[in-house]
Design a protein around this ligand. Structure first.
Ligand code: ARG
Length: 266
């Protein structure tokens, strides 16, 4: 597994673009760095092929590399950020992905799409979220660019503004998800399309438990995932819970800090 992270050097809550962010709440920068390093070291220990991006001053959310793009078969669809505050990241992510040899595709500027934050593969089907950061109209464009089938899911709770805050594919047949974060039709669609679903109560998902990274038979997530230890163990997964308090102040957890780079058929 290859994962792109971005150092938290310039991370902070400097504006409010989701309900978790409050500029008056202080971020403990040293603690954020330690939490990020613990995730980095956990990945390293588990044998992940890590790529670490250089952060850019003035782009405090660049640490959330999941939002850079979505990648499939060494092709990347670059994000077109919904909020002006994050649009400055786009040229940096494009340059980085091109330098790594990815074929980078772009979407029309007028449409919003926030990368792997709103686009997650279950097998070779791409489940895409819409409702807050990503426009429904981009789903087909992303699917066409990557030559994959897409499934559109409607997000309905502003706390779960990116699909990766409430939906996590664990393998080709299993998804961890919070049905209350999706419209009833979308939740039903997940249950119909995915052979095995582990349903998470919204209160547990609000601890960023679904914002997780599966690595073989392990699931790396925030501490709240410890509440899911039983259903995860029953499905054959060991839970690794890490403290993510400082990134949660920005509306992010483990998965937001991680962009899988080697998705695809290979
Ligand atoms: N503060 C960031 C934002 O609101 C958090 C991004 C979280 N990323 C994610 N993949 N869910 O854009």
């Amino acid at each position: 597994m290859a994962i792109l992270m971005c150092r938290p050097d310039f991370f902070g809550v400097e504006y409010e673009i989701n309900p978790w962010m409050h500029v008056q709440v202080e971020v403990d920068h040293d603690l954020a760095t330690r939490q990020w390093e613990a995730l980095h070291d956990t990945y390293q220990r588990l044998g992940v092929d890590l790529d670490v991006a250089e952060p850019v001053q003035g782009l405090p959310d660049m640490v959330f590399s999941a939002n850079a793009a979505v990648v499939w078969n060494r092709r990347a669809v670059l994000s077109s950020f919904h909020h002006a505050q994050r649009q400055g990241e786009e040229p940096h992510w494009r340059a980085l992905l091109e330098a790594r040899g990815f074929e980078v595709r772009e979407l029309p500027r007028a449409l919003s799409f926030e990368g792997a934050g709103d686009a997650l593969f279950v097998g070779d089907r791409l489940f895409c979220g819409h409702g807050f950061r990503t426009d429904l109209a981009t789903h087909k464009m992303v699917g066409d660019a990557l030559e994959v089938e897409t499934v559109s899911l409607e997000l309905v709770d502003p706390r779960f503004y990116h699909l990766d805050t409430c939906f996590c594919p664990l393998n080709d047949r299993t998804v961890l998800f919070a049905p209350d974060a999706l419209s009833p039709d979308s939740a039903a669609l997940v249950r119909r399309l995915v052979p095995h679903v582990i349903q998470v109560p919204a209160e547990v998902a609000a601890g960023f438990a679904c914002n997780a990274m599966p690595l073989g038979d392990r699931v790396v997530s925030s501490l709240a995932a410890c509440k899911l230890q039983e259903p995860l163990a029953a499905a054959g997964f060991e839970t690794i819970g890490l403290p993510m308090s400082e990134f949660m102040k920005s509306g992010g957890g483990v998965r937001c800090l991680s962009l899988p780079l080697d998705t695809g058929r290979s």
